[in-house]
Design a binder for this molecule. Sequence first.
Ligand code: CA
Length: 419
Amino acid sequence: MSGFPSLRCFLPRCTIGLCFLAYPLLAQEPLLENEQQTQAQSFAQCVVGLQQKALSAGISTNTVETILGQARYLAKILEYDRNQPEFVQTFPGYFSARVNDWRITKGREMLAKHKDFLAKLTQEYGVPGHYLVAFWGLETNFGNYIGKMPIIDSLTTLACDERRSKFFSAELMQALRLLERENLAVSDMVGSWAGAMGHAQFMPTAYLTYARDGDGDGKMDLWNSELDALASAANFLKALGWQAGFRWGREVLIPNNFDYQLAGKSNVQALSFWREKGITEVGNIALNNSDLPAALVVPAGHTGPAFLIYHNFEVILRWNNSEYYGIAVGQLADQIAGRGPLSKPLPDLPQYTLLEMQEFQQKLNDLGFDVGKPDGILGPATRQGVRAFQASKRLIADGYPSKETVESVMSETSTDTAL
Ligand code: CA
């Protein structure tokens, strides 16, 4: 399981559209002439090393010389890689930008357009068509935005950069194998700046391993064939562990005085446990009294929507490791299939800068509530630390840094620890 996430998207919440639209370029100091020379030399040296690696990995001499040998250093790829968003993304902001009327309407059109083919895929791979369409819509707006970066140049640049050299070197080798196997023109091999390709944004390893020829023309073309892309997504999800016949999760209602310390992805309990705690389906319908494993997540805190998540939610996170993404896929799929929107409006939450979030995290660490490295990301570790702090102050322990919680944390003195 742990080997899967890196096959596709190595940056949480970093689908192609998001990377380009939400990460404005930072101005970079132009390099001096001698710095440029040094950089060119070190890139050329790195390419020679990669060529040797490719030869020993069984890539043909012709590909190694004519394709890898011609790879260009693209400074802008590293600019994309270094960019940080200024603000911490909130669930309402993330969700409303993605699960929108346009995507739902277009998704329903695509579901109807490919109805028979999707039914065949569901039979073969166990993944219902509305999920496949939802992934497609979130990744590339149904193929409207598949990226134009030259993949070999991008991957070579990233492989020659120290930050994630090992991962990108391996993906570069796979991209070269893919070029050879599919007999692709290097100019046709385009995608996101980080190497994800086609309608469903597969990294080279995922493409090589999981792509399928959906339309039966003898090629696996994830750029130009919608059927190939849908079949490949179904095959990938099955390989990631999709459980046929089960949903991703569902929105639920939480009773008053609920103990929010029970929330969080890691507290997996039987559905009957949540039923006993008074949680119901939307519309106050009782949950099944079953032993189905489920966890509760409240991504916008107790004033926002709550979700019970099942095994297939974890499978979605193996595609892209972000809870927000998982909920967006699930909700978009549900609404494409004809279900209604969220039961209540999304709350208006405070907007924190990355720096503010890092200071908040550092302060929690100083106070003895371990949230891991202060990275500005509101992930499971931060939520766990926030929950523990809230519980110690008898605040509602929903793990969300509300204004009240942040003020309470920041007004503590570090010597006044809870330990
Ligand atoms: Ca094909």
